[in-house]
Design a protein around this ligand. Structure first.
Ligand SMILES: *Cc1c(COP(=O)(O)O)cnc(C)c1O
Length: 336
């Protein structure tokens, strides 16, 4: 399957012959979720963005942002990140032969994401501060140095991410509602752009974690806190655009508790066979808690893979069963 610049070039700001940095991202599975559908009373599909090359939807934006950076002659890329943007930026920078630097909030980044960024050779800077402080600082840094900023304030990121909306429409023909986790609010903004360009307007339901819900409260949150580290953001960069998307689509932005997020996280893995990261499960937690209006067809965006955050999974799952190496002990262990 072609990467998404090749697949959707006529909808993207890239001409034939422009440099393309791709890991064949996009074209992710859209799987029906029978047990979730029954609980919700609608047909529900899961868009498995964890199937992208680095395990999150960030790759859709990164192929565009890094390709544009190469076209502009950049030698390095940088981002502030809660983890997945760092992993993706590091991979695409490596692919392009650019230097990469990522600034993450110290101690708040999931193990898998940190391992990825380091393995891809990025310089990983752990800031003693929040994601929001990291983003403010990298924005100032790129004003002073010839480094391309690849956060979702970069317009190319949204261009790439809007292709997920095209894919959903191509498969289903139409859609009544989309449920999506919201952190910096770039992705919901991108989906809305994609749906509008394809002349569709499903209702967009965005979900923030209760402890990091600035859009729900209508004010920035100074010390955002949630187990869903990917959406632990107190002052979203795409605030106005996201609120416009919710209003224009007759949708809403709502909060879900960490307990609801973790319930949905375990439910998806155990009942649907889909292992996503906690932030991703906010979309399903929100659908279960608040419904999706009168919608008959609903897509939930599962933004990142469960393997990103193995420690969270081990904390939430049942313990392993120790066993002596003889048959009766194995029988007890397996069947008991
Ligand atoms: C980045 C990210 C989000 C939030 O997306 P925004 O565009 O910042 O709203 C949600 N889930 C995961 C797994 C992410 O990596």
């Amino acid at each position: 399957m072609a990467g998404l610049i090749e697949r959707y070039r006529e909808h993207l700001p890239f001409a034939d012959g422009d440099p393309v940095v791709s890991l064949e991202e996009g074209s992710t599975p859209l799987v029906e979720a029978p047990r979730l559908s029954r609980r919700v009373g609608a047909r529900v599909w899961l868009k498995l963005e964890g199937a992208n090359p680095t395990g999150s939807f960030k790759d859709r934006g990164m192929t565009c942002a890094v390709s544009a950076a190469v076209r502009e002659g950049a030698e390095a890329v940088i981002c502030a990140s809660t983890g997945n943007t760092a992993a993706s930026a590091a991979a695409y920078a490596a692919r392009a032969g650019l230097r990469g630097a990522v600034i993450v909030p110290e101690g708040r980044i999931a193990t898998g994401k940190l391992a990825q960024a380091l393995m891809h050779g990025a310089r990983v800077v752990a800031l003693r501060g929040t994601f929001d402080e990291a983003l403010t600082l990298v924005r100032r840094l790129v004003d002073r140095h010839p480094i391309a900023l690849v956060n979702s304030v970069n317009a190319f990121r949204l261009e790439g991410q809007k292709t997920a909306a095209f894919e959903v429409l191509e498969e289903l023909g139409g859609l009544d509602a989309l449920c999506i986790p919201v952190g910096n609010a770039g992705n919901v903004t991108a989906y809305w752009k994609g749906f509008r360009e394809a002349d569709h307007a499903p209702r967009l339901f965005g979900f923030q974690a209760e402890g990091a819900a600035p859009l729900v409260h209508g004010a920035p949150v100074q010390a955002p806190d949630t187990v869903a580290t990917a959406i632990r953001i107190g002052n979203p960069a795409r605030w106005e655009e996201a609120m416009d998307a919710f209003t224009s689509s007759r949708g809403a932005v709502r909060a879900v508790s960490d307990a609801q997020i973790l319930d949905a996280y375990r439910f998806l893995a155990a009942e649907e066979g889909v292992f996503c990261e906690p932030a991703s499960a906010a979309s399903v937690a929100g659908l279960l808690a608040h419904g999706a209006g009168e919608a008959e067809s609903v897509a939930c965006v599962l933004t990142g893979h469960g393997l990103k955050d193995p420690q969270m999974a081990l904390d939430q799952a049942a313990a392993v069963v120790p066993c002596e190496p003889d048959l009766s002990a194995v029988e007890r262990a397996v069947l008991g």
